[in-house]
Design a protein. Structure first.
Length: 476
């Protein structure tokens, strides 16, 4: 399946500049944007009696006016409210709008208060050029739109919700909450993670009839498709010794379940054998091999281990063992308490593979500070600790040589143990020698969760994911 690339504002502007050099004017793109947005509204069967368009400064305002013209040509009841003095192509379109009889006014709250009908509000206030928090009339307009009765109105944003940073998904205090967002020309990084997910509503995209955009400008950010299975190459005649051994350090004291979930997930993903090193053997799975938490016992089996998963249910225990394993040339997957251990005990980067799977709180500990920009955070973690990293959360980020954004955000995964399952899946892939196990692991985990969601289930327990792992994998 073809990769979908994500762009920041500078990369998008470079695409626009290249198109202009090739004779494709921004005015033409604005007219296409208006047409595509009108088609999107109709295709989604949005219920409304009239349309109010908010046109701000810059090209985003021009796109809004182009939409207003399309709606007027289709005999819609529409008013265009202006929040700025329009320039260049936006000015041309504004003049055309008035010439064809489109009602144009300066922004005023009273226009909304007078109407009792269902209103489609088109947000063309701010676009990718946003460089500071909204202020003045723009801030007032955003606050007002967000306070309107949601049952009566539908908000559609052009390119991205006004007030959202296109590069990182961080929303200013005054940012539009949209029901629909149509991204134009390029897919915007900020719409797929962080605040961008809750502010954007239902996301869609149009290339404005510009084919092969990804060849016009390089970008290092890629969108993961949640609907594609993972293809693994497995020897159909192979025995368990060919599919790798996973060693899990975790399940300490009263938390055996976390290590057990990781163990079963690794097995479901296809590894050959599982070893669990814990101080609590009361509830270990039948399929697991017990290892006492002594370095002398670990040394007996270490040469047969292909990957270590450290952290699920580890608590504050096992620090001495983890320090010992850290120095070995065996791949390590760090999760949960293993990540907390690293934040306190890091000395230098490993030469062998390291994959870390922090959530937001664990990432804060790794960085030693709070953060909003998830892209900068995952880059900083990689720079500091080396390895490959997965920053979990809505719009999970994965970094190896590139940054990947997981196109999935669903509270179905907001349950204890779902991260332990992910760590186990990744460990199982590493054990089998798969390339990019951090990326494949997220894809399998997501496909499993999404398949449950498609069964109309809104909540799960983590072990529900285990039964979906195998069906999330295709085998060569």
């Amino acid at each position: 399946m073809t990769n979908n690339f994500l762009y920041d504002n500078l990369e998008t502007k470079k695409v626009e500049f290249t198109l202009k050099k090739n004779g494709i004017s921004s005015l033409l793109l604005m007219m296409r944007a208006g047409d595509k947005l009108y088609q999107m509204v109709k295709n989604n069967n949005i219920d409304y009696d009239e349309i109010i368009v908010l046109a701000g400064p810059g090209n985003n305002g021009g796109d809004a006016i182009a939409f207003a013209i399309q709606a007027k040509l289709n005999d819609e009841k529409i008013t265009c409210l202006s929040l700025a003095i329009h320039k260049n192509n936006s000015k041309k379109l504004f003049s055309l709008a008035k010439e064809i009889g489109l009602k144009t006014k300066s922004f005023n709250k009273s226009h909304f208060l007078k109407t009792k009908s269902k209103v489609l509000i088109v947000d063309g206030i701010l676009g990718i050029g946003i460089s500071r928090k909204p202020s003045g009339i723009i801030s007032k307009a955003i606050k007002f739109i967000n306070k309107l009765e949601s049952k009566k109105n539908t908000v559609v944003s052009i390119d991205l919700p006004s007030g959202l940073n296109p590069n990182n998904g961080v929303a200013y205090a005054d940012t539009i909450f949209s029901d629909y967002t149509l991204m134009l020309l390029t897919r915007k990084m900020g719409c797929y993670t962080g605040d961008g997910i809750k502010n954007s509503g239902k996301l869609s995209y149009t290339d404005l009839e510009i084919k092969k955009i990804d060849k016009l400008q390089n970008t290092s950010c890629i969108l993961i498709n949640k609907n594609s299975k993972v293809l693994l190459k497995r020897d159909k005649t192979g025995h368990k010794g060919k599919f790798g051994n996973v060693f899990i350090l975790g399940g300490w004291d009263n938390m055996p379940g976390a290590a057990n979930l990781s163990a079963l997930a690794a097995l479901k993903t296809g590894c050959g054998k599982i070893f669990i090193c814990t101080n609590n053997f009361s509830r270990i799975p039948n399929e697991a091999i017990r290892v006492f938490p002594k370095i002398s016992d670990i040394l007996k089996i270490l040469q047969s281990i292909n990957v270590i998963i450290a952290g699920p249910g580890l608590g504050n225990g096992g620090s001495e063992i983890l320090s010992f394993l850290w120095k070995k040339s065996i791949p390590i997957v760090l999760d949960a308490d293993g990540i907390n251990w690293l934040s306190k005990n890091f000395i230098k980067k490993r030469k062998s593979l390291l994959i870390g799977t922090p959530h937001h709180g664990e990432a804060k500990k790794l960085l030693g500070k709070s953060f909003q920009d998830r892209f900068n955070a995952i880059k900083s973690i990689k720079n500091k600790y080396g390895g490959k990293w997965i920053l979990k959360g809505p719009g999970t980020l994965i970094i190896n040589k590139k940054i990947y954004v997981n196109n999935f955000a669903n509270s179905i995964l907001a349950t204890a143990g779902s991260g332990d399952v992910l760590a186990g899946i990744i460990g199982g892939l590493v054990a089998q020698g798969c390339k990019n196990p951090e990326l494949l692991g997220v894809k399998i985990h997501t496909y499993a969760a999404n398949s449950i969601a498609l069964e109309k289930k809104n909540t799960i327990i983590a072990s529900d994911l285990l039964n979906k792992i195998s069906s999330s994998i295709d085998v060569l």
